[in-house]
Design a binder for this molecule. Structure first.
Ligand SMILES: *Cc1c(COP(=O)(O)O)cnc(C)c1O
Length: 374
């Protein structure tokens, strides 16, 4: 399988990243976010390695379906799974799946809370609550904390298993006003439960952006996603604030199917884009069918020290990269070409240039791109 586009994933780099994470946030328990197929890296191998080799005991996904897949494929493992957004809890069939598989729903609405507290099947099941401290997406409103405390007491419970909230602006600095007000609001929520003598067993707040800047680390847990896969999650203009030195665990490789000389003005591919200058055209085996988006047109890629540019429309199965004429001896049919490697600056530059984010670039890689683990 040499001549094939693939995502190479080095699990040893995940281990290295995990060591760096624990150095940045010592003593913190890690709830590793592996939603969306572990950000495109393959949820099962990533969780298996993280649990068995790194000792991570808690994982977060977005849907019940993802959680069930984890339980099914790794049946004897005793890690905790949280489902964050797509719960559809008040459906009998789903309720049983949560319960039988010990999958913890992250309760983020009063409706789900009422259902959960009222169900005798959940009587001894861990209660996990997510508050909206300013993200204004999902989450119980901070101002409802007292009301929630009363509901919890009325149900006969004495504790909350895991209390969490989520930053809207962790890719901005700590002094950003949203970060400040969310931190305050979360403290107030915790205080309400304390004042009501409700025990809080675990708390978490920090996602990648907060962890790499060193805030939101007063809680028992952290919830990293992106940084464990490699890149900083900070915006270009704030990236210098990041303390993160992890490596990209993946490299996206393809190969050059064909090279040929082109002249300025020559029509290239679908839409007959005029070639901007004389040069060497390399046709690579990646297109939008692989998740290599049409929006990558115009982005630059380096190969053997030569700067290439994605020219014309990205096709379903191929793309065209134009190099200068001087690179003629170096750009050869049949050779491998790396879109991004283990230096996280490569995917970050690529995502900046294509005005997207590494999260999206990873997630949109399709099944056609084999994930190869070493
Ligand atoms: C996805 C997610 C995270 C992880 O975010 P990163 O930016 O990838 O670290 C943490 N918490 C919640 C609630 C999430 O949805």
């Amino acid at each position: 399988m040499h001549f094939r586009s693939r995502l190479n994933i080095k699990l040893s780099l995940l281990e290295e990243n995990f060591r760096k994470l624990t150095a940045l946030a010592p003593e913190k328990e890690v709830l590793f976010m592996v939603k969306a197929d572990a950000y495109g890296h393959g949820m099962i191998p990533i969780v298996k390695f993280s649990h068995e080799k790194l000792g991570i005991k808690e994982f977060g996904v977005a849907t019940l379906e993802e959680a069930l897949k984890l339980r099914k494929e790794l049946p004897h493992s005793k890690f905790e799974i949280y489902v964050f957004s797509d719960l559809q809890l008040p459906i009998t069939e789903n309720k049983e799946k949560f319960k039988q598989n010990r999958i913890i729903p992250v309760i983020a609405t009063i409706g789900d809370l009422d259902y959960f507290l009222g169900e005798k099947d959940f009587k001894h099941f861990p209660l996990c609550l997510k508050f909206n401290t300013g993200m204004n997406r999902l989450g119980i409103l901070s101002k409802d904390a007292n009301f929630v405390a009363r509901k919890i007491k009325d149900s006969g419970r004495k504790s909350i298993y895991h209390l969490m909230s989520h930053f809207s602006s962790a890719s901005y600095p700590l002094n950003n006003e949203n970060n400040q007000s969310q931190l305050n609001s979360f403290s107030e929520v915790k205080k309400v439960f304390k004042d009501n003598s409700i025990i809080i067993e675990k708390t978490s707040l920090a996602n990648s952006g907060a962890i790499e800047q060193g805030f939101g680390l007063e809680e028992s847990h952290i919830r990293p996603g992106l940084i464990l896969y490699g890149p900083s999650s900070l915006n270009n203009e704030n990236r210098k604030l990041s303390k993160w030195t992890g490596k990209n665990i993946s490299s996206l490789e393809t190969y050059i199917i064909l090279t040929f000389e082109v002249k300025k003005g020559m029509p290239i591919g679908y839409g007959a884009t005029p070639c901007p200058h004389d040069g060497i055209m390399a046709i690579i085996a990646l297109g939008y069918g692989d998740g290599f988006s049409t929006r990558y047109q115009g982005a630059h890629l380096d190969h053997k020290g030569h700067r290439g540019i994605i020219i014309g429309r990205v096709n379903m199965d191929m793309s065209q990269i134009l190099f200068s004429l001087e690179s003629k001896e170096d750009i050869r049919t049949g050779e491998n070409l790396v879109i991004w490697g283990n230096d996280p600056r490569e995917i970050l530059n690529f995502s900046d240039e294509t005005r997207t984010i590494p999260y999206e670039i990873f997630c949109q890689l399709t099944e056609r791109v084999p994930r190869v683990y070493t």
